[in-house]
Write a protein that binds this ligand. Structure first.
Ligand code: SF4
Length: 313
């Protein structure tokens, strides 16, 4: 079966009710992994161990997380309305107010979780203005990115797939569309970025493999042919270079290579993680090896602390 509309209609969820720390992860207390875990493990297994096994990570709430979540809500609300009601209704939504309210909600949520403000008032103000500029561009150019020939299968559609020995993969897809004339699927991940992705970020497999894994698991979960699934990062930029002598857009789209070779690379890295991160009883394997590198250690909170003396600066 190649995943007919009926197969996936069951998963046509209009904004699944979940927070970004999902309830699914607690399901039956089973071991679970997310793409963030795999990505961290690929960067440095020791960093993964400190975060997920030793749980000594210090989570740093920030304006970037608050803004990212609020921008997701704003764009997804527009797309929900556009595809499930009308373009006219979507265009008449008060998106600036949706963004404003969402920023406030995310701020309070983060404050309640971490017992401190995630950002300052002036940061909130600056990011809100950046968000307004993105909304303005998005509304003017929306039809270049989202058009009528598509059906919205849902926003925040959950992926919940058993991998081995009870370990599950949990993830949420930001936007999933079906192209009605060809029945092709497009999985979109929304990223908020200060300046967009440059050639180094686009070439960073650890950054771009998330959607390849989502494609693999969407195919398995929905019984849909891999060849009929496309993926795309939808990157919204807060800033544009001043005085640039080339045209700039507030939205950048990027589809990483996702043919057989690339898909095999990602599934191999997942198997490597499962084999080296967990034992046969699905318990964490401790004593992970540090693999220091400039790029991995640069942002590591354990660099040159009591937890890791191998980090490089
Ligand atoms: S400092 Fe570098 S080597 Fe040490 S845990 Fe962090 S990423 Fe790994």
């Amino acid at each position: 079966m190649d995943g007919s509309r009926t197969d996936i209609q069951n998963h046509k969820l209009a904004r699944a009710e979940h927070s970004k720390s999902p309830q699914l992860e607690e399901k039956n207390n089973m071991a679970h992994i997310s793409y963030s875990q795999l990505s961290l493990y690929n960067e440095c297994p020791k960093h993964w161990q400190l975060n997920y096994i030793n749980k000594v990570s210090v989570f740093r709430p920030s304006i970037h997380l608050v803004f990212g979540s609020a921008m997701h809500t704003t764009l997804q609300t527009y797309l929900d309305t556009m595809y499930n009601s009308t373009i006219k209704n979507a265009d008449s939504l008060d998106l600036p107010n949706i963004l404003y309210e969402s920023l406030g909600e995310e701020f309070l949520k983060s404050k309640a979780e971490h017992d401190k403000n995630p950002c300052t008032k002036s940061e909130l103000k600056e990011f809100y203005q950046d968000g307004l500029n993105i909304i303005d561009f998005f509304k003017k150019h929306r039809n270049k990115y989202f058009s009528k020939n598509w059906e919205l299968l849902g926003c925040e559609i959950p992926l919940d797939v058993e991998l081995k020995n009870g370990i599950r993969f949990i993830g949420y897809m930001d936007v999933v569309l079906r192209h009605i004339p060809t029945n092709r699927i497009k999985i979109i991940d929304i990223k908020t970025s200060s300046w967009g992705w440059n050639k180094y970020q686009k070439a960073d497999k650890n950054k771009t493999s998330q959607l390849l894994l989502y494609k693999q698991f969407f195919s398995e979960q929905e019984n849909y042919k891999l060849d009929n699934i496309d993926i795309e990062y939808f990157i919204v930029k807060r800033k544009l270079y001043p005085n640039a002598d080339f045209p700039q857009k507030k939205i950048q789209t990027f589809a990483p290579a996702h043919g057989k070779v690339s898909m095999n690379r990602v599934t191999n890295s997942l198997h490597n993680f499962l084999n080296n991160g967990f034992d046969e009883n699905s318990e964490f394997k401790v004593n992970q090896i540090a693999t220091p590198s400039k790029s991995s250690c640069k942002w590591c909170e354990f660099n040159q602390t009591e937890y890791c003396d191998k980090g490089v600066r």
